[in-house]
Design a protein around this ligand. Structure first.
Ligand SMILES: Cc1ncc(COP(=O)(O)O)c(C=O)c1O
Length: 400
């Protein structure tokens, strides 16, 4: 019997899982106690291969790059969280992105959000450009304005929303309408929102991807990536790429992802509540010139955020009145609870300087065009007590 990786394609299971509320899905969707022992937690199947009774006569598992039960359970769970049918896991978010772009061929074109995560930009401009896949980076604030950039070679629209680090919001449903009309597929990098806040497949996207390293894992202890889709045709190609290229996550990492996901709703809810209070504190601070936070009524895409997200996210970026890296550095050096580090979405609060850290690979002229200044600071707000977090920022701002 060949292993069937098509995760939630049994209609009765799919309908049952679809009916679960999000807080139930994170704990139960696609997850069953281990049949051999009753272990309630999915075992870590730390094996590279599986014994066969006779050539081709096996239990659905042949070799662990191709199939692993811990990974398969995680794939089912992720598919359910995004209201998709198929989940495909990778060893990092960028490996997940790499697999999606490998659905294209030389001569194809991608149109991407212009304030994209620096590593995604680098993958498109330095790796795939060499193989004849061109990328164009545009503002997606107005869905209609995208149409003029679409050519006969455009195959993918690559959307990040909220964007990193400017926290712009792209109207996913409006973009998907334009894409469908022009027969172009839409990928949404849902890392910043997490499926607790938004489910792009429900808004018409063809593919969702995550750096699972962030909110999904949630504990800053694992690097992971995943892709989710409703389309069997797309999923089959992705499973083929997953096996043929081999950028698969290990079973221990998949276990950590499954464990982290169980509290996704609780963590993201608290991060969002904390971020809202911190954004307000920063807005009222005399040394801060601008706060980027989609929950503010005067944020240019606030209405879209309200329509497509359940809350406004746990990320806040801000600019200083003294717009220099030296001033930003004084804050970055002086927080005690906000740790200076790349990444986001963990239980602990992080502070970062996108121009020199996550977005260091983007040319200065390009980053300034989207407002990514030398003093811009990005916060990933964790789940600590918000009063302590505000006190920490206030003390660091005093020294700036
Ligand atoms: C929005 C976004 N997409 C993709 C990635 C890449 O993910 P990973 O670091 O897991 O490869 C990141 C990493 O920071 C990210 O922030």
């Amino acid at each position: 019997m060949a292993f069937d990786p098509t995760c939630l394609n049994n209609n009765s299971i799919f309908v049952k899982i679809l009916k679960m509320k999000f807080g139930t899905k994170v704990i139960h969707a696609g997850i069953k106690p281990d049949p051999s022992t009753g272990a309630i937690m999915t075992p870590i199947f730390q094996t590279s291969t599986y014994v066969q009774d006779a050539p081709g006569k096996h239990k659905g598992y042949e070799y662990a790059r191709t199939q692993n039960p811990t990974r398969n359970t995680l794939e089912k769970n992720l598919a359910a969280l995004e209201n998709g049918k198929y989940g495909v896991c990778f060893s990092s978010g960028l490996a997940a992105m790499d697999a999606i772009i490998k659905l294209l061929k030389s001569g194809d074109e991608i149109i991407a959000t212009n304030d994209l995560y620096g590593g995604s930009y680098r993958l498109l401009t330095t790796i795939f450009a060499q193989f004849g896949i061109k990328s164009k980076f545009i503002s997606m604030d107005e869905a209609k304005s995208i149409e003029k950039h679409i050519t006969k070679n455009t195959k993918l629209l690559w959307v990040e929303t909220p964007t990193n680090p400017m926290l712009n919001i792209v109207d996913i449903a409006a973009i998907c309408k334009v894409a469908k009309k022009n027969k172009v597929k839409v990928v949404v990098d849902n890392t910043f929102a997490s499926p607790y806040l938004q489910t792009p497949l429900d808004l018409g996207a063809d593919i969702v991807m995550h750096s699972g390293t962030k909110y999904l894992g949630g504990h800053s202890d694992v690097i992971h990536g995943c892709v989710i889709t409703k389309s069997k045709a797309i999923a089959d190609k992705l499973y083929f790429i997953q096996n043929a290229v081999g950028a698969v996550p290990g079973p221990q990492d998949c276990f950590l992802m499954l464990r982290g996901i169980k509290t996704l709703h609780l963590r993201v809810e608290r991060s969002c509540d904390n971020a809202q209070k911190i954004a307000k504190f920063l807005k009222d601070h005399k040394k801060v010139s601008k706060v980027y936070y989609p929950g503010f009524k005067d944020h240019p895409n606030h209405k879209v955020a309200k329509k497509q997200m359940n809350h406004f996210g746990g990320m806040v970026s801000f600019d200083l009145k003294v717009n220099t890296q030296a001033t930003a550095n004084k804050i970055l050096k002086n927080t005690k609870l906000f740790s200076l580090a790349e990444s986001l979405g963990g239980v602990e609060s992080l502070i970062g300087h996108p121009a020199s850290m996550t977005h260091g690979s983007i040319p200065k002229a390009d980053r300034l065009k989207v407002g990514l200044t030398d003093s811009l600071i990005r916060l990933s707000v964790g789940v600590e007590d918000v009063n302590d977090l505000i006190e920490d920022l206030a003390a660091a701002l005093k020294k700036a």
